[in-house]
Design a protein around this ligand. Structure first.
Ligand code: NCD
Length: 307
């Protein structure tokens, strides 16, 4: 197999990942220079779950590299609604395209797609498990704002049980020496056992708490997340837990002056709109970095990263 896919956040070594982030920085510095690199290439964008940023940033990334895009944004508009299997869909689409980007509600769906596609596949979110390109986006943002990765305390708050962006970010950021984590969640939405085991095996320091007010003062990065309504078994639990943590100007009084506030978005209630004007809020800049991170990833998978 002479091509690569990105299914899990640890699929690329640290060196490979740093090369992608460096390429993303170069693209960000002069975005128009890469506008012709993927002429003649086609990316298939298969979204079986709702998305705004991830889908549009992938599509924009491919178009900005000079390539073309085919695909669907909901399963209802594909033959899946007629009962076609994922495997048959992938075997078909791989004959129309050079690269497949897939988001699917089932954990492991992207892995299955990669095994049968015969072309590079990118996991754009599989159920509650992984979201590796959001992590590239998050790491690019942290590095741009802080000037480094590692040697920092990353706080993650909200739905740490079902939030796939946290699952991917934590395992990846843990590779940079000096990273420690502060997990803030209601008792029902703590990090899953596999993540706790991952950190324990590697001796990565972390604390788990329900107390946002007290812990915010120790954080260098605060990664807020939405409670993942679509992954709850019952609506009553969602309603009880959805507003557990709302970041507002008052809570931020206790935070470091150089805290970086991130959120993969969409936000529902968990960051009050007044925080948007705080210079520590970086979540809309994060959206912008996502475009360059995905341009760099697509180039790497289709052209070995050559610029
Ligand atoms: C996230 C996702 O889909 O997991 N959104 C995104 O891709 N930026 C986060 C979320 O939906 O809460």
């Amino acid at each position: 197999m002479d091509y690569r896919s990105l299914i899990s956040t640890l699929d690329f070594s640290l060196e490979e990942q740093d090369a992608i982030l460096a390429l993303a920085d170069r693209i960000a510095a002069s975005p128009t220079e890469s506008g012709h690199l993927l002429g003649g290439h086609v990316m298939a964008s298969l979204f079986f779950e709702p998305s705004t940023r991830t889908r549009l940033s992938f599509e924009s990334a491919m178009l900005r590299l000079g390539g073309r895009v085919i695909g669907f944004s909901e399963a209802a508009s594909s033959s899946v609604s007629k009962g076609e299997s994922l495997s048959d869909t992938i075997k078909t689409v791989s004959r129309y395209s050079d690269l497949i980007v897939i988001r699917h509600p089932k954990e492991g769906a992207a892995q299955v797609a990669a095994q049968i596609a015969g072309i590079p596949v990118i996991n754009a979110g599989d159920g509650g498990r992984e979201h590796p390109t959001q992590t590239l986006t998050d790491l690019m943002t942290i590095r741009a704002v802080k000037g480094r990765l590692g040697d920092m305390c990353i706080g993650c708050a909200g739905d740490l049980k079902f939030g796939r962006t946290v699952h991917s970010l934590v395992r990846n950021a843990a590779r940079y020496p000096g990273t420690k984590f502060l997990f803030v969640s209601p008792a029902e939405l703590t990090i899953p056992a596999f993540l706790r085991a991952h950190l324990n095996e590697r001796g990565i320091p972390y604390e788990e708490t329900t107390d946002m007010e007290r812990s915010i003062a120790d954080m260098d990065v605060l990664y807020m997340t939405r409670v993942q309504r679509e992954r709850f078994f019952n609506e009553a639990d969602y309603i009880r837990l959805k507003d557990s943590y709302i970041l507002d100007a008052n809570k931020l009084k206790r935070a470091k002056p150089d805290l970086t506030i991130l959120h993969p978005l969409p936000r529902v209630n968990e960051i009050s709109a007044e925080v948007d004007a705080d210079p520590r809020a970086a979540y809309f800049d994060q959206v912008g970095y996502g475009l360059y991170a995905r341009m760099a990833l697509i180039l790497t998978l289709l052209k070995g990263g050559a610029l």
